[in-house]
Design a protein around this ligand. Sequence first.
Ligand code: LIP
Length: 262
Amino acid sequence: MSDFLRLAEDIAREAGDMLLAKRPTMSEEIETKSSPTDVVTALDTASEELIRERIQAARPGDRILGEEGGEGPGESDVRWIVDPIDGTVNFLYGLPEWAVSIAVEVGGRVVAGVVNIPTRGEVYTAALGEGAWLGGRRLHCNTGVPLAQALVATGFGYGVARRAVQGQVVAAVLPRVRDIRRGGSCAIDMCSLAAGRVDAYYERGINPWDYAAAGLIATESGARLAGLRGKPVSPEFAVCAAPGLFEELHDLLVTLDPERDA
Ligand code: LIP
């Protein structure tokens, strides 16, 4: 295991333990961000502070991009991409599907990723070219699944106009697949894909902290991850599935034009 991965895993475990110990009830103080439904809890902030402190202590000078604190200065070509709680709404409601996600990027390429799901006791890891792992088990995404038999995970952004389009798109996808899952955490959706618990995933409007670590875990499990029409994955769009299913889902999505705004 690389030093980066070991450090990222240690920090993600520590943050997950802290969050489990201090899990909120709905009475927790919350603030809103991009919309009234886009919330941040005091524990999102506390988790990110802990993670930043640990990274800075071990690797002073590295850049850190975090969901809550943005990107600070730094001259290293190493950048840590941190989601202190992915699935904040689940966390707030006491649902178990939330995760701590930490990725390490070197020269603009993600080389290590960790997604810790504390309520399940599951820590997913991947290093570039070295596979994806859940504990001691090497992960392989499902292959050979046709779209009509695929269990497809997706998510919805917080913007109201985009949600209207996302609703239309999901209504068109649903009759063409086995079923849809909306778990509430992009990172967990992609780890579930790596573990064969869903067959495919797509979403518009996710952020690098949502997908950096889990994207590496998914691709190291054998999946293809990209945007639409030959573009790389970006906050604009993500489609992820094993080759074959990826193209089927991608082509369907293109016909539905899910990147439109109204
Ligand atoms: C959330 C994602 C979720 C997505 C939301 C949001 P947060 O991240 O993981 O899957 O649908 O738009 O980005 O806000 O819980 O860190």
